[in-house]
Design a protein around this ligand. Structure first.
Ligand SMILES: [Fe+2]
Length: 220
């Protein structure tokens, strides 16, 4: 691995917009970490019950585009699908704290798995209804390599809350990997275009996911 990529960039410019360079983690399939039963069954049950009560959606964030066309963030895609951390906290502070515990657990896993120190962000919960899908994307770059609206989403994870739906598989085409999420499973991967991923259409029932986005603050 090119060690230069693993230094934090302190001189961010338009030409070099990255604090953590895309490619810093290489392109090994081993960086896609899948952990079954990351969430304890009794905690999972509490979160499963909570998601059924969600009745507010965060539609605040607006779309962002590059002046030459490509989208940095598409708000319509997430309309009425995102429950923000403020909303979770307001609806049920205990659930918020419970999810936060697992984010701390994920922070620890990432520090070990990716040889760095990361900082977490507060959780959100995303609803995937029948017909919802996601095209192949990276979490911090657009497909031509430029930053998207979240250039500091260096390492990211997904907690799967339920699995009583059809479709909604997570796939990584560059790594020939397709994952049928299981309730309680956690998956993590780097946010750059060496880890493009997408989600096949949900075919029935509702799929609930807690995505979480982390930034590297130090490399080991
Ligand atoms: Fe993603």
């Amino acid at each position: 691995m090119n060690q230069d990529l693993r230094k934090l960039n302190k001189n961010i410019t338009d030409e070099n917009p990255w604090e953590v360079f895309p490619g810093a983690f290489g392109n090994s399939k081993n960086n896609i970490k899948i952990v079954e039963n990351f969430l304890e069954p009794e905690d999972l049950k509490k979160i499963q019950n909570f998601v059924k009560t969600i009745n507010k959606w965060d539609n605040e964030k607006k779309s962002e585009d590059y002046s030459d066309g490509p989208s940095k963030y598409s708000a319509p895609l997430w309309h009425n699908r995102l429950c923000s951390h403020e909303m979770i906290k307001e609806m049920d502070a205990e659930i918020y704290n419970l999810i936060d515990l697992y984010l701390t657990k994920m922070e620890d896993s990432m520090n070990k798995n990716y040889n760095c120190k990361v900082k977490k962000r507060p959780p959100s919960i995303v609803c995937w209804r029948p017909g919802d899908f996601q095209v192949c994307h990276a979490d911090k770059q657009i497909l031509d390599g430029r930053p998207n609206a979240f250039p500091d989403y260096d390492l990211n994870s997904l907690f799967y809350i339920n699995d009583d739906y059809h479709g909604g598989e997570l796939f990584y085409p560059q790594h020939y990997l397709k994952i049928k999420p299981r309730a309680g499973m956690a998956v993590s991967h780097p946010g750059d275009i060496n880890y493009l991923h997408g989600v096949t259409p949900v075919l029935s029932n509702i799929r609930w996911v807690i995505p979480a986005f982390f930034s590297v603050i130090e490399f080991n």
